[in-house]
Each structure stands twice: as C-alpha cells, then as structure tokens.
Design a protein around this ligand. Structure first.
Ligand SMILES: Cc1cc2nc3c(=O)[nH]c(=O)nc-3n(C[C@H](O)[C@H](O)[C@H](O)COP(=O)(O)OP(=O)(O)OC[C@H]3O[C@@H](n4cnc5c(N)ncnc54)[C@H](O)[C@@H]3O)c2cc1C
Length: 458
C-alpha cells in the first residue's frame, strides 16, 4: 500500500532548465511538502555552450559535466534513465532505465525539460554520415575523429585520400556551428605543426548555411566582423548554400560543388526532444505549446520549458513570439517553474515568465570573439573577456569553475597535445546513436502500456 501522501513532483531532464528547477524546489520546499524526483540518463548537467571547446581540446570533457551529486544538501531522488513516454491522463511517465528496464513513474506534477535534439532534413546520406554537436560523447568523438584525419592523412601515400581527410565541413551558421568551425580550425591549425609531412595549405574548413547571414541575432556589423575573422583564418564561409547529398568520402553542396571530405558536422538547428510527441498534445514547430506560466493548457500539474517548450516571449511584446532555445532562457524558466509549483502547492497565484534577452556571446577561440551584451557591440579581446566571463560565472559549481579556469590557463600557456584517446574508435557514430532519437514510444503505445495492454521490449 502506498502510504506517501506528499505531492510527487517529477522533473524530466537534468539540463539547464531541469537542474535549476530541482535546485529551486529543494531550497523552497521543506522535505514534508513534496517529494522531488529527477529522471536523467546522465549523472551530470552538461554546460553545452562550452562543448566546442571540448571538441577542440581547450577544455577536458569532465570540466563541463557538472555533477548532480556534489552537495550533501541535495535530497532529490534521481532515476538513471530516459523518459520514453508520458500518459497525461493517467499521470504516469514511462522510463527506460540505463539497464534497459521499463519503469512506470506516477506523478502529481511533471516538469518536462528534456531539451532538444539535432534537427535533420531528408537529405540523402545525412544521418548516416554526419556528426552532431549536442552531447559530450559527440564532442569527444569529433575531437578524436579530427585528430585521426591528420594521423591518417600523414600516413597516406595517396594524394586523393590526403585531400579528402584534410577538408572539413560544418553546416549551420548559428552560434553552435560558427563556434565549432572556429574552434576546430584552431585545433587543426595548431596541430599541423606537429606533422611536418603535411602541407598546411591542404587543410581547409568550410562553414555553410542556407541563410544569407551568419548569426543574424548579432546584427549587420557584428555578423560581418565574425565572418571577417573566419575568412582571415582561412575558413571558407558559403551562405545561401546547403547539402544536397552526403557520402562517406564526399559531400555535394546545393551550389553543385563536390567537396572530398570525411568530416561533416551538422549543427543546422535543433528540434524539441521526441518525448514531446509522445504526449499527443499541441505543439508549435515541435515544441510543446504552453502558457506564459509554462503550464500545459487543460492538464493540471504539467509544466514544460527550455528547448522543448514554446514559451511565449512576453518581453518581445509581439503576438505569437516564443522564447528562443537558449541556455539563458532555460535556466531562468527552470527557476520560474519551480516558483510556480511552490505557489500552486501553497494556493497562491502563478506568475507569467518574462525575461528580456541579455544578448549573445560568441567565442571563436584564442583572442577572437564577438559579443553583444545588452546591445553593446564588442569585438576581439573585450568580447572574449565578456564571453568567457559570462560562461564562467554561469557554471553552477565552484569545482566546475576551477576546472574550466585551470584548463583555459593551461591551454593558453602550454597549448594542446593533440592526443587521440581512441575510446570510441569502433563505436557507431551516427546522429541517432548519440542522441537516442529512436528510443521513444508513440502516444498510442504509451496508452496501451499504461493500461497494461501493450508490451515494450526491454
Ligand atoms: C554547441 C552549442 C552551443 C550553445 N551555445 C549557447 C550559448 O552560447 N548561449 C546560450 O544561451 N545557449 C547556447 N546553446 C543552447 C543551450 O545550450 C540550450 O538552449 C539549453 O541547453 C537548453 O536547456 P534545456 O534545459 O532545455 O536542455 P538541455 O540543457 O539540453 O538539457 C536537457 C536534458 O534532458 C536530458 N534528456 C533528454 N531526453 C531525455 C529523456 N527522454 N528523459 C530524461 N532526460 C532527458 C538530456 O540528457 C539533458 O540533460 C548552445 C547549444 C549548443 C549545442
């Protein structure tokens, strides 16, 4: 018999939104007021904006993986696994644990914060040949992969093979793609000095985007500055261009160019986690449609936020505007949802979420950066100081802050050793393998499972 009478709050996802929500709930609610449970496949919160620096070896993977168990005062129960379906009627979340067991977790309040996955299109060969830049494993894999291209090109006697191994293509001119191309280009530029047999002139990075501008959020002048920095570094930026098809040794651009390459990094946007589709509820471009209080209409106790939800952007003052999928919003929404849950438990009114965007920082590696904090346009060292200062202060734990700062200093003084770990060398490296996008149930399967009429392979 279940003797627990405390309300059960279930938070799905330990990213920016989920962790901030849990921490605020732990602070605001006494243990007797509610039980808090967190479902997460990993034991850390990933600081995604610094992922390109892991791929390029400036930071070690551990420095941006923030432990969920560092402090003694945390009391949340953590279920190691991923939610694969939610039955809103029965108030049950179906979870596949990391040992592949299927567990049904009932809740009174659910906070959906599973973030997003890489957005792909129906381009021949894309999902089989492209790497994403959304997970720690992908960043570590890409680092090994890029270094292995230099190793293999160095060992090869075949000029065609050398040429294809030394060309790299990044698709997506948003901040993720631009930072990835810029940071990795610095990696190959520095590494090639350790390969005296390789002609540095053969190394070529391409950054392409179907849009006419890089990072339009930066505005005309700053966007042009970013493009100039990339061009100066030898990165070929092609705008108004996408991929027509992708193969293991070459990529065809929509402008007809065929680029021999073994490295295609796809960062052309994100879509909400496939978990959202299992709800069978209304969505806006795949993100769950919620109110400004981040509640799902007509479903008591269901909250959604971060990249997976279309939260109205009240600060923009335009009808239909939704908050962009950024860490800046996700963190604040996490804290705000916690406050709204506390208010509900205490029979107080909920408040709508309002946050005016603070701007954008783009770290292009070394002394190169462009930033627009509070509308002020910065370039070079001041922009870099703002970018690094912002990220550093946004890291949640002091240990992570110390690790990141030490890594930055060490890298600035001693450089990189370009070590290829080989940990994942023979593992599948496709987009879906890293992001588990085919792990989810359909709304009908969720229903049948919760009613006991469906079976899921475990
Ligand atoms: C390379 C890169 C650079 C970026 N740079 C910036 C930047 O400079 N500034 C900025 O503001 N934003 C930046 N972003 C965007 C920012 O990281 C996201 O908007 C932010 O992480 C969204 O927070 P979230 O909590 O919604 O999702 P996430 O932080 O992605 O967290 C989602 C969590 O849910 C977990 N999860 C996923 N599916 C499930 C499931 N089924 N069950 C349980 N758990 C699940 C995931 O493992 C993850 O821990 C960047 C993103 C990338 C990829």
């Amino acid at each position: 018999m279940n003797t627990v009478t405390r309300p059960r709050i279930l938070v799905v996802g330990a990213g920016f939104a989920g962790v901030e929500c849990v921490r605020r709930l732990e602070r605001k609610l006494a243990p007797h007021e509610a039980d808090v449970t967190l479902v997460t496949p990993f034991a850390y919160q990933l600081y995604l904006p610094l992922l390109p620096q892991v791929a390029s070896g400036v930071l070690t993977p551990q420095s941006i993986a923030l432990s969920l168990r560092r402090s003694q005062k945390y009391r949340t129960r953590i279920i190691p696994g991923g939610a694969i379906g939610v039955d809103l009627k029965a108030k049950v979340c179906v979870i596949r644990t990391i040992t592949d067991q299927i567990v049904d977790e009932p809740y009174d309040y659910i906070v959906l914060a599973p973030g997003s996955v890489t957005r792909t299109f129906d381009i021949p060969g894309l999902t089989d040949n492209a790497f994403g830049m959304k997970t720690l494993a992908e960043a570590a894999y890409i680092r090994d992969h890029v270094i292995s291209q230099l190793d293999l090109a160095d060992a090869s006697q075949d000029p065609a093979e050398r040429a294809s191994r030394l060309q790299f293509v990044v698709v997506g001119g948003g901040y993720a793609g631009t930072e990835t191309a810029a940071c990795l280009q610095r990696l190959t530029h520095a590494a090639v000095k350790r390969y005296p047999r390789l002609d540095p002139g053969l190394i070529k990075w391409h950054l392409i985007d179907i849009a006419p501008k890089l990072m339009p959020e930066l505005g005309e002048k700053l966007g042009r500055s970013a493009q100039e920095i990339l061009r100066r570094r030898g990165i070929e930026v092609s705008l108004g261009v996408s991929i027509e098809k992708a193969g293991p040794t070459e990529v065809t651009f929509t402008d007809g160019r065929v680029v021999p390459t073994r490295t295609l990094i796809w960062t052309a946007g994100v879509v909400a986690s496939p978990l959202i589709a299992t709800l069978g509820a209304e969505t806006v471009k795949g993100r769950l449609a919620v109110t400004a209080e981040m509640c799902l209409p007509n479903h008591d106790g269901v909250f959604a936020l971060g990249d997976s939800a279309a939260v109205p952007d009240l600060a923009k003052g335009q009808d239909g505007a939704v908050c962009p999928p950024t860490a800046q919003h996700a963190m604040r929404q996490g804290r705000h949802v916690a406050e709204n849950i506390v208010a509900t438990l205490r029979n107080q009114p909920m408040r709508p979420y309002v946050h005016k965007d603070l701007g954008l920082v783009v770290d292009l590696g070394g002394k190169d950066a462009v930033s627009k904090p509070l509308g002020v346009e910065l370039r070079g060292v001041p922009a870099q100081a703002v970018a690094r200062g912002y990220h550093w202060s946004a890291l949640r734990t002091n240990v992570a802050k110390a690790r990141v700062m030490t890594n930055w200093l060490l890298n600035a003084v001693a450089g990189d050793d370009f070590v290829r770990t080989g940990f994942q060398a023979r593992k599948p490296a496709k987009l879906k393998d890293f992001e588990y996008t085919d792990a989810y149930m359909t709304p009908e399967q969720v229903r049948a499972h919760v009613e006991g009429t469906g079976r899921i392979e475990s």
